[in-house]
Design a protein around this ligand. Structure first.
Ligand SMILES: [Zn+2]
Length: 319
């Protein structure tokens, strides 16, 4: 929901909301992430806000609105997300978008496309996009996402309203990361190395996002495993660490449910509560066991997709 970003990204949030309220919505936005790792989520939330006839932005369910329902189910009709196909965003992806969007809209009056990692447009796909941007059609809105605007052609940038996002507010030596590092490693050097690498803090949030997505969507998560997991955890070591962090998180959910002291995730009470509300104590104990068992298998050569299939299926295994 767009409102989720009202504090973290106040300026972008207000600009986007006001552009719609004042009927001055650009045909193209460029989100400059500056390393902010939830830019795609923000773009989708904004698309939802645009497409919903009730312009709903808050946490309450939008009633009887087809657009919100399809977006929640990830069955986009009038929202298209383009991501690099391999190393580049290809011209064929832009051509496909153009032909799809040239058809008359069935449901609403607006259509939105998001181009994630827009710096991966190559020469020919950049040119296709440029043509699209040069002749904006009413009701078609583009959201480009890239780390820094200078990575894109000037001719593209000049046609977009640029929104520069605030970098993640990750403090070095975050106490949460420190506690996690102390659980993961015995060796002081390794603990230090782990704490100073900012990616590790981001990864902790990716793991929490994954857990929350899974808790909400259950088996459906298997369809989004690339987006929520494989993009971040590729090497065997990082997968092992991610499982360990998942384990620590579920243990703290259990602590929360049993009114015990929270050991690691003290500053994530909202998220612990979110997961605990969806489970019984037995469920959580079952999940802890499943994650522990599978974590052992990571030490051997297990294919990452097979591992995640097993995880989701086994987590759902017993109620
Ligand atoms: Zn709606």
């Amino acid at each position: 929901m767009l409102d989720d970003f009202s504090i973290e990204q106040t300026i972008a949030y207000k600009t986007l909301i006001n552009s719609v309220k004042n009927n001055k919505c650009s045909h193209a936005f460029l989100l400059e992430t500056n390393g902010y790792y939830k830019a795609l989520d923000l773009a989708i939330a904004f698309a939802k806000y645009l497409l919903c006839p009730n312009n709903y932005s808050n946490k309450e369910k939008c009633k009887n609105c087809n657009q919100c329902n399809t977006i929640d189910k990830r069955e986009f009709i009038e929202l298209k997300i383009i991501e690099p196909d391999g190393q580049w965003i290809k011209k064929s992806q832009l051509d496909e978008l153009q032909s799809e969007f040239s058809k008359k809209s069935i449901i609403g009056t607006k259509k939105v496309y998001i181009i994630n990692d827009a710096h991966k447009l190559n020469v020919s796909s950049s040119n296709s996009l440029l043509k699209f941007l040069e002749e904006p059609e009413d009701g078609i809105i583009a959201i480009l996402i890239t780390e820094n605007a200078y990575q894109l052609l000037n001719t593209i940038v000049s046609r977009c309203q640029i929104l520069s996002l605030r970098p993640n507010n990750i403090k070095k030596e975050d106490p949460l990361l420190k506690k996690i590092a102390n659980e993961l490693f015995n060796d002081n050097k390794k603990i230090e190395e782990y704490i100073i690498d900012e990616h590790n803090m981001e990864n902790v949030f990716h793991i929490i996002d994954f857990i929350k997505y899974y808790e909400e969507n259950k088996e459906l998560t298997l369809l989004y495993i690339n987006k929520y997991w494989n993009n971040y955890f590729k090497e065997r070591d990082s997968i092992y660490i991610a499982f360990s962090i998942m384990l620590l998180f579920y243990k703290d959910v259990l602590n929360y449910m049993l009114n015990n002291d929270i050991l690691i995730f003290n500053d994530q009470i909202e998220n612990l509560k979110y997961v605990s509300d969806k489970n019984t104590i037995d469920n959580i104990i079952h999940k802890i066991n499943v994650i522990m068992d599978l974590r052992e298998k990571i030490k051997f050569n297990i294919n990452s997709n097979a591992l995640m299939d097993k995880l989701i299926i086994n987590l759902e295994g017993r109620k």
